[in-house]
Every structure is written in structure tokens, then in C-alpha cells.
Design a protein around this ligand. Structure first.
Ligand code: GUN
Ligand code: ZN
Length: 432
């Protein structure tokens, strides 16, 4: 090891190098040290091996009794909607019209966008989330604000300005030409600038005309390594509407398939009501579904079939989908994913759950070369969990015997209070 001053984190380490149904993919060190130098992980192993070899001047942040994991990944969230979380009483299409669009109109004001983007990024870190695939609004300033806030915190952010040229109020609609010019400019400025990545963000098929979809298709051809994020088959009335608007297409997913907006690096939120042919297409093209359990329950959208993603080999990640989602905590979100699995007669183990918000998500997002585990060479994005953060957790933990039990309790009754510290690119950005 060289004589640079890095940061070492000491405590109980847990990470995955593959799906946890193979036990050798689960890595757990009771007293471990993770060394981060120049933003990257440069060593990881038992404290007794690493501590004597630490370069002089390395700060050691010691977290006895804590659990240290790779930073969490939220694969679907709308930062402008934080201000409408918990809006009462509607299903998707009414909720969009009555609450969402009104809130998003305010983002034409750059000061409002900046205030909320900064707040959003701080909240992500308070929740242990170091990467998020984030919807902005139709206003380019909303994306500028997000990428600026994320850059200041060295987060690996995926974001995009919403494309929406119909079925939305004046002030929230663009034209295909504006979308082409503004999204192209944002891609050139922000995609792969620092840790940022751009996602083309056609809001969903109902809000995009065929001409708008063609623009998204052209931009993806011009910039083939950008992401795509959108919504798919969340609500039954929404699906009927897509069939009316795109009668020439063979269902909802076929709209995105037709415009070549699927495949690796395409993240489609929800996918609750899918046909057999749609499952097949997702698997064939390796399009990622993003399960958003708190949102699906809140809007009464339906129960996602997580087990089928495994049997069909469809990549899957987890999203909070704030503001239809009711928490920015991926711990709380896992707790709801478990309950939905229960209602479907399936299950979700604690190891599967924590894999899903770390390495599993990194793989689904094609970012596993950079994030998702503690392998040497990856970027130092880390979350430190306090299993005794609240009096209830402290009491409950006395009655857990295994790591798996502890993790399961954390995802069932834990929340942002269980996040002791969050690091991005090797540096502490949040602690409590
Ligand atoms: N479908 C289209 N837009 C949205 C949105 O903002 N939230 C959710 N949950 N679904 C959508
Ligand atoms: Zn959404």
C-alpha cells in the first residue's frame, strides 16, 4: 500500500459478489476494515490483516456493533415530488392530474429546483442511498439542479429531464423539437460528467406522442450509452389508455420496444400488469423492471410479481417512487416488498432483499463495475447501519440470533434513523 492518506472504516462488513442463493456469494466479516484511497476501495478484509498494513496517516472510522454495506441504490424516484408525498385519495391518473403536475410546474423556477434538489440529495444520503435513478420535470433547470446537487456530494446519479408533449397542462408540455434540443444539450453537458449519467425520460407512453417517442429513439441512437427511464403497466386504466393512444402497437411494452427504448440500461418502473408476451420481451431484451412497493400500495396499483422476475430472468431493482412512494428509505421499501411478496404467496429473504438494493441493482443498472460491492477497485460508496438506533430496535435486537434475522428486522422496523453514516467516493457525507 502506498503512503496516501485514505479513510478506513472498521466494523462488521457485509457484501455480495453474486446472487445470495449461492452462499459463497455472501461475504461477511465480523471485524473487518474497508480502506478507501483516492475515492476507490483499495483493501477489504479482516481487521487483524488490514490494520497493521494501513498507510501512515489513514483515519480509521470505527463503528463497533454496526453493520457496513455498499451504499444503497434507488432505481426509480421523482425528486420534484417530495413535496406531494402522502397526498390523499387517488389512483394513478387522477393523482397525476390533481397533485403531481401542479407541483412539477414550480420547477420552471431555478431557485425552487435548486432548493429541492439539494434537499433531495441530502435526504438520500440520510437514508443510505448513494445512487438513484431520478426523474426531474420537463424543465431543463430541474435536471441542472439535480446534477449540480449530486456532483457536490459525489453521488453516482442517474437523472433526466422529463419528456412530455401531451396530456399535461400548459407549462409542463414540451415539443419534440424542444425535447431533442434540450435533452441533447443536457446529455452533452452531464452524461458521464463526474459520476453523473443521463437518462432519457419519456414520462410514460400516454404523455408522449409518436413524434416524441421518435425523438427519444433518435437521441438513444446518437448517444447509445445513455439510460432510459419510464413507467410501464402500473395501473389498469393507464394500460387501457395506452391501447387507445397506440392502437397499432401490440400492448404497452410494445410502444417502448417499437421505439427501441428497451434493453440494457432501460429502467421501467412498476410492470405490475404484464402479459406473458411482455414478460418474454423483457427477458429477451434484458430490460430492467423497477419494483416500487410503497407506491403500488399507496396508489392501489396492484401487487408486483417479484418471484416471476427470477423465473423469467428479468433484471429487477427496487425503487421508492417518491412522491407516490411513501418513504425515501430503502429499508422501509424492502419491508413493503416483503409484504407484497407475502400477499402473492411468495417470499423475500433478508439476503435477497439487501442484495436487491446493492449488487443486484448495480447489475441491473450496468454499474456493477463501479458500485454495489466492496471489491477492490470499486468506488467507496458505503452505508453504516446501526442495529440499535432506536429503543425498539435495541430491544428487538436482543432477541435475534443470526445476521439474517438482524437484517430482516432492520428492513421491517428500520428507517433513516438506522443509518449511522453514509460515504460517497471514499468520504463521509452524512452521519448522525
Ligand atoms: N406514471 C407517469 N408519471 C408517473 C409518476 O410521476 N409517478 C408514478 N407513480 N407513475 C407515473
Ligand atoms: Zn415513477
Amino acid at each position: 500500500m502506498t503512503e496516501t492518506s485514505g479513510t478506513a472504516i472498521r466494523g462488521q462488513l457485509l457484501w455480495f459478489t453474486g446472487a445470495p442463493d449461492t452462499p459463497s456469494n455472501i461475504h461477511h466479516i465480523e471485524d473487518g476494515v474497508l480502506l478507501m484511497e483516492d475515492r476507490k476501495i483499495t483493501a477489504c478484509g479482516p481487521a487483524k490483516d488490514i490494520l497493521p498494513r494501513l498507510p501512515k496517516g489513514t483515519a480509521v472510522d470505527h463503528y463497533p456493533g454496526h453493520l457496513i454495506l455498499p451504499g444503497f441504490i434507488d432505481a426509480h424516484v421523482h425528486y420534484p415530488q417530495i413535496q406531494i408525498m402522502g397526498a390523499h385519495g387517488k389512483q394513478l391518473l387522477d393523482w397525476l392530474n390533481d397533485y403531481t403536475f401542479k407541483a412539477e410546474l414550480a420547477y420552471r423556477n431555478p431557485d425552487h429546483a435548486t432548493l429541492n434538489a439539494e434537499f433531495f440529495c441530502d435526504e438520500l444520503l440520510r437514508n443510505g442511498t448513494t445512487t438513484a435513478a431520478t426523474f426531474c420535470t420537463v424543465h431543463p433547470t430541474s435536471a441542472e439542479a439535480l446534477f449540480t446537487a449530486a456532483s457536490g456530494r459525489h453521488m453516482a446519479m442517474i437523472g433526466g429531464r422529463v419528456m412530455m408533449d401531451r396530456h399535461a397542462p400548459e407549462g409542463l408540455r414540451d415539443t419534440p423539437q424542444q425535447a431533442y434540443e434540450q435533452c441533447g444539450a443536457l446529455i452533452r453537458k452531464w452524461h458521464k460528467t463526474g459520476r453523473n449519467r443521463y437518462a432519457l425520460t419519456p414520462r410514460f407512453a400516454p404523455s408522449c406522442s409518436p413524434e416524441q417517442m421518435e425523438v427519444a429513439q433518435s437521441l438513444r441512437q446518437e448517444y447509445p450509452d445513455v439510460y432510459v427511464q419510464s413507467h410501464l403497466s402500473e395501473n389498469c386504466a393507464e394500460i387501457d389508455w395506452v391501447k387507445e393512444l397506440y392502437p397499432e402497437r401490440n400492448g404497452y411494452l410494445d410502444v417502448y420496444d417499437h421505439y427501441e427504448l428497451t434493453g440494457p440500461r432501460s429502467l421501467l418502473g412498476h410492470g405490475i400488469h404484464l402479459t406473458d408476451a411482455e414478460w418474454q420481451s423483457l427477458a429477451d431484451r434484458q430490460t430492467t423492471l423497477v419494483h416500487c412497493p410503497t407506491s403500488n400500495l399507496f396508489l392501489g396499483s396492484g401487487l408486483f410479481d417479484l418471484a416471476r422476475t427470477r423465473t423469467e430472468n428479468v433484471p429487477v431493482a427496487l425503487g421508492t417512487d417518491v412522491g407516490a412512494g411513501t418513504s425515501l428509505s430503502l429499508l422501509a421499501t424492502l419491508g413493503e416488498a416483503y409484504k407484497i411478496a407475502q400477499l402473492r404467496g411468495a417470499s423475500l429473504s433478508a439476503f435477497e432483499a439487501f442484495h436487491m438494493i446493492t449488487l443486484g441493482a448495480a447489475q441491473a443498472l450496468n454499474l456493477d463495475h463501479e458500485i454495489g460491492s466492496f471489491e477492490v477497485g470499486k468506488t467507496g460508496d458505503v452505508v453504516v447501519l446501526d442495529p440499535n438506533a432506536t429503543s425498539l430496535l435495541h430491544h428487538r435486537m436482543k432477541y435475534t440470533d443470526t445476521l439474517e434475522e438482524l437484517l430482516f428486522v432492520l428492513m421491517t422496523i428500520g428507517d433513516d434513523r438506522a443509518i449511522k453514516a453514509t460515504y460517497t467516493a471514499g468520504e463521509k457525507r452524512h452521519s448522525r
